[in-house]
Design a protein around this ligand. Structure first.
Ligand code: SF4
Length: 226
């Protein structure tokens, strides 16, 4: 199977969750404005996913070759030791929501719009996981993302984008010269079957990270030679 594009994802904004996050009183004027923005976003937003089933051609101590493209990371190589198939992906809130939020002038409303875009991205991520499970039955999976650990630098986004042909063409996501993705509310990575509960955050000692998904595990980091 080649590239898979999911661009017809049903999604809804969970307004109650947003109000809780922004600490707004339901029924207040601000809450009503958030709700109006949410309804606008649902009309306009087209979150999207691009992914593929890809095979590992070769592996070394600090690299993995996927569909002929070399990815340089020791930790990725360790994590893929028992695996021959991976799922490279890019997920985005979509250019439609990006343009919509850019047209908002009010600073507070812009901030709320960022929260709405994050929800669209989260819904697209769920759609990706569901599609992957239903079509490829990989079982338990984990993910690694270029730039989340020093071992797999953000410059490797270029190679990941090569494996996925040209994400801009399919889902509108482009890479800047500094390897950031536009729209900013996009995520990229490689998903793979695993028996272990791998999570990048367990190997990352960064303090006070608002996005931390698992506590830092120094013993695990040591086992990866970090
Ligand atoms: S702790 Fe934060 S910076 Fe570190 S890997 Fe997790 S999300 Fe990324």
């Amino acid at each position: 199977m080649g590239l898979i594009v999911l661009d017809n994802i049903f999604w809804k904004v969970d307004v109650d969750k947003l109000l809780e996050r922004f600490r707004l009183q339901p029924g207040s004027q601000d809450a009503m404005r958030v709700e109006a923005l949410a309804r606008e976003a649902e009309e306009i937003g087209r979150p999207k996913v691009l992914y593929k089933e890809a095979y590992i051609d070769d592996k070394g101590e600090d690299f993995v070759i996927v569909d002929g493209i070399k990815l340089t990371s020791r930790i990725l190589s360790i994590n893929l030791e028992q695996v021959h198939r991976v799922f490279p992906y890019v997920i985005t809130c979509g250019t439609e929501l990006e343009r919509w939020s850019q047209a908002i002038d009010d600073i507070l409303e812009k901030y709320w719009a960022e929260g709405i875009k994050e929800m669209a991205l989260a819904e697209a991520t769920k759609a990706f996981e569901k599609h992957l499970e239903e079509n490829f039955h990989p079982g338990k999976t984990s993910s690694m993302n270029p730039g989340s650990l020093q071992d797999w630098p953000i410059t490797q986004q270029r190679q990941l984008f090569q494996i996925l042909d040209d994400p801009k063409r399919y889902i509108g996501v482009e890479l800047t010269d500094s390897y950031l993705m536009l729209p900013m509310k996009s995520v990229s990575g490689i998903r793979f079957a695993t028996q272990a509960d791998y999570e990048n955050c367990k190997l990352c000692s960064r303090q006070n990270c608002p996005n931390r998904r698992a506590p830092y595990d120094p013993e695990l980091a040591k086992s990866y030679g970090m």
